[in-house]
Design a protein around this ligand. Structure first.
Ligand SMILES: [Zn+2]
Length: 82
């Protein structure tokens, strides 16, 4: 039976992938915020530039915010397939 739990390495590589993706979208001017670091520092959503946590209504949404720095509302628009 294969392990169903995602390894730490797996999570880190997803994080790195999402960060790279979000960072390039920031630089392309798709998002309101110009840098990932600034959004993380202030607890803002990089896509809409607003306080992110009040817009994350589910645990999954909060988890996604910690990975992507995108609030749940924007995340659902960007990644409709989940
Ligand atoms: Zn947002």
């Amino acid at each position: 039976m294969a392990k169903t739990v995602v390894s730490i390495e797996g999570i880190e590589s997803i994080k790195a992938y999402r960060k790279t993706l979000s960072d390039s979208l920031c630089k392309a001017g798709v998002f309101k915020m110009s840098s990932w670091e600034e959004a993380v520092e202030k607890g803002l959503c990089i896509a809409c530039g607003e306080q992110a946590l009040p817009k994350c209504t589910t645990d999954a949404g909060r988890k996604d915010y910690y990975i992507t720095s995108i609030c749940e509302v924007c995340y659902d628009k960007l990644y409709p397939e989940g």
